[in-house]
Design a protein around this ligand. Structure first.
Ligand SMILES: NC(=O)C1=CN([C@@H]2O[C@H](COP(=O)(O)OP(=O)(O)OC[C@H]3O[C@@H](n4cnc5c(N)ncnc54)[C@H](OP(=O)(O)O)[C@@H]3O)[C@@H](O)[C@H]2O)C=CC1
Ligand SMILES: Cc1cn([C@H]2C[C@H](O)[C@@H](COP(=O)(O)OP(=O)(O)O[C@H]3O[C@@H](C)C(=O)[C@@H](O)[C@H]3O)O2)c(=O)[nH]c1=O
Ligand SMILES: [Mg+2]
Length: 291
């Protein structure tokens, strides 16, 4: 069986391609040059060309701050492309696994967000991802929308790599300590996505709907930074001081939710999937980056 992965050069797409897939399963991960997802007609043609067993959409416009001024591009990738993927997969009777984000929530809830909690994005990135969710949900009933958060890996741009880069030549970093979420390893998420896609491909009545897929536990960005430097220091790297600051002291173009913790029991119940604690996953990534 052939599974189509979009965004194959991204953090999650690369992790999907590094997994050991069962015998008989092959992945196709077209590059942007081979399939430009801002071209909805190209999506329809590409999907119609082969009998896909499942599609995993791991492509997105992920530059949260840039999206505030790049609304059309953000919605093209995060809303229109998922709509086109949902339309093409529905027509072909193919399940669609779509990756979404904690940033669909506004952060005002006191506890972790449940899958059915009302969404209310506070930035363009979150709004465009929410529109993508709606399209997938409305157009292809055989979908799994997997909301993840704070994705980190040895690849591409992410918070762990930013901290290690800045920490290499600064004695002190100031990091926000009033935004709380669930750091998640791209590799751990990829395992979950693969398990969902394989079950949906094989079982016509595999669970569908919206799920939260994040590593266990929670952190502030400041706590995540401290863990990164604790692990890096054990590998002989400099240990900068991390000073906790408030969001208002680190102005950014986009607003970010103060609380975007995601409750994961729905994924555990439906698919028997639980991701390990984020501290273990992040330690593994830092180990790879500083080795
Ligand atoms: N990163 C994070 O912290 C989080 C991510 N998510 C979601 O997880 C998913 C995966 O994110 P992540 O792996 O981190 O993203 P990355 O930014 O690492 O990768 C995004 C991928 O999308 C591709 N892409 C962008 N525009 C186009 C286009 N026009 N045509 C074809 N491909 C395109 C990129 O291609 P190219 O290599 O050419 O740039 C890249 O391969 C996304 O749905 C994202 O919204 C959810 C929560 C947190
Ligand atoms: C570099 C830096 C950032 N920060 C703050 C800014 C921000 O509030 C927070 C995280 O910054 P980043 O830009 O790395 O993270 P951000 O781009 O907001 O990450 C988000 O990306 C999208 C794609 C998602 O879907 C979300 O789940 C989330 O992972 O850390 C500091 O406080 N100090 C620093 O030195
Ligand atoms: Mg960012």
């Amino acid at each position: 069986m052939e599974i189509l992965v979009t965004g194959g050069a991204g953090q999650v797409g690369l992790a999907l391609q590094r997994l050991a897939w069962p015998a008989g399963v092959t992945l196709q991960a077209p590059t942007r040059a081979e399939l430009d997802l801002s071209d909805t007609a190209a999506i329809a043609d590409y999907l119609a060309a082969r009998p896909w067993a499942a599609v995993i959409n791991a492509a997105a416009y992920t530059a949260v701050d840039k999206a505030e001024d790049d609304v059309v591009a953000a919605f093209a990738l995060n809303a229109m492309a998922p709509a086109a993927l949902a339309d093409a997969t529905r027509k072909a009777g193919v399940p669609l696994v779509h990756v979404s984000t904690d940033y669909v929530f506004d952060g005002s809830k006191a506890g972790p967000y449940e899958v059915e909690d009302p969404v209310c994005p506070i930035g363009v990135y979150g709004a465009s991802k929410e529109a993508g969710e709606q399209a997938v949900r409305t157009v292809n009933p055989r979908h799994a929308i997997v909301r993840t958060a704070w994705v980190v890996s040895p690849d591409r741009a992410n918070f762990v790599k930013t901290m290690l880069r800045l920490g290499a030549d600064r004695p002190e970093l100031r990091v926000v300590a009033d935004q709380r979420g669930c750091p998640t390893s791209a590799a751990d998420l990829a395992q979950a996505l693969a398990a969902i896609a394989l079950r949906m491909a094989r079982e016509p009545d595999a669970p569908t709907g919206t799920f939260h897929g994040v590593n266990a536990g929670e952190a502030t960005w400041c706590e995540l930074a401290n863990h990164v430097f604790d692990v890096a220091a054990r590998h002989g790297r400099p240990r900068p001081k991390v000073t906790p600051i408030e969001t208002r002291d680190y102005p950014t173009p986009a607003r970010r939710p103060a609380n975007s913790r995601l409750a994961t029991h729905h994924l555990a119940q439906a698919y028997g999937i639980t991701l390990r604690p984020w501290q273990d996953a992040v330690a593994e990534i830092v180990g790879k980056l500083v080795a």
